[in-house]
Design a protein around this ligand. Structure first.
Ligand SMILES: [Zn+2]
Ligand SMILES: [Zn+2]
Length: 335
């Protein structure tokens, strides 16, 4: 089969590799689409937990074409989305509903071969059957949306709350739609690219504010006492540091964007104390595939406008670099 390979950090190859065969508890999925994600960029730069060589890709769905002999609940022909987070189910974390921190964690497309390939062998238990109405495009959004659903479960939006999302990339635009439907009265977004600001408005942002000298004044006009929820969806340390100024007293700050591992920010412990602030992290997803599928199937979240490029695997390197440079929205590799 044809596959995208990261042979070593900072290098991309498109190669022919042997077709995968399923182990007893695995199935082989013929990949329909796989999305390029910021995490793939961190993997490429060797800023993540991956070993090389690696076939990346963890946002995908497709059709099951082969099953291992011990697989009973997934059949050839099933359309599925694949949860790339393989947790053991028996460590302390798994037994405390924290499968995303599993001590024996493995990741499809992160620590083992993933979805930027014609086929991927994955454990049957990682497969979620899709409603017929769900398109292949939507199937490739189940994983990123499941991360957003996990984030929503990490903090509380109170009815009528005002929220600010910093960063209007694909994840920021998913967060925007999900938070709107979770009871927030106002969801503002700050972003530097005009096209993304326009899209944010179309997708329901109550205000879409351009990064620039007027940004602070505009945000103060919108929320004179600050926002109840501020979410970083940039992963840029300097931006994160600045974003605390928009947080209301007793506000919740959510770190959603992925920074480099060794990044640091400065924050005043006095401010944290005096303002009753809560700072929350949100890592990956945790039993949230099912609600993500439900939100896509019901149309609560519209992902069609978030895809800027749909290309074959042969264009991977070009689109990957453009994605990393922030020149695209979500890129789907169509196989
Ligand atoms: Zn991802
Ligand atoms: Zn575990």
């Amino acid at each position: 089969m044809q596959a995208v390979l990261f042979p070593q950090p900072e290098s991309i190859a498109i190669e022919r590799v042997p077709d995968p065969t399923p182990a007893a508890d695995e199935v082989v999925v013929q990949v329909a689409r796989c999305g390029i994600c910021g995490t793939d960029v961190h993997i490429y730069r060797n800023e993540y937990m991956s070993d090389f060589p690696l076939i990346p890709g963890h946002e995908f769905g497709g059709v099951v074409v082969a099953t291992g002999h011990a697989v009973t609940d997934v059949r050839v022909g099933d359309r599925v989305a694949v949860d790339p987070n393989l947790y053991c189910g028996y460590c302390d974390f798994c037994r405390n509903e924290q499968s995303n921190h599993c001590s024996n964690w493995q990741g499809v497309g992160i620590t083992r071969a993933g979805g930027f390939a014609e086929f991927a062998a994955v454990p049957a238990r990682a497969c979620y059957k899709l409603p017929e109405s769900l398109t292949d495009l939507q199937a490739a959004f189940v994983e990123p949306l499941a991360c957003v659903v996990h984030a929503l479960k990490r903090f509380r939006i109170s009815p009528g709350d005002n929220a600010l999302i910093v960063g209007g990339g694909p994840m920021g635009l998913l967060l925007l739609q999900a938070i709107r439907h979770n009871g927030a009265a106002q969801v503002a977004i700050v972003e530097k690219q005009p096209a993304r600001l326009k899209l944010a408005e179309q997708l329901g942002a109550s205000a879409a504010i351009a990064v620039g000298p007027e940004q602070d004044e505009q945000l103060r006009a919108l929320a004179p006492r600050g926002f109840g929820v501020v979410i970083d969806a940039t992963g840029v340390p300097a931006v994160i540091e600045r974003s605390f100024q928009y947080l209301r007293q007793r506000g919740q700050f959510l770190q959603f964007g992925v920074t480099p591992k060794d990044a640091t920010i400065r924050i005043s412990p006095y401010d944290l104390f005096h303002n009753d602030w809560t700072i929350i992290g949100s890592f990956a997803l945790c039993y949230t595939f099912q609600p993500a599928i439900a939100m896509l199937a019901s149309g609560v979240v519209d992902v069609n406008p978030l895809v800027s490029d749909e290309v074959p695997m042969t264009n991977f390197a070009d689109l990957f670099h453009r994605f990393a440079a922030g020149q695209t929205l979500k890129v789907h590799i169509v196989t």
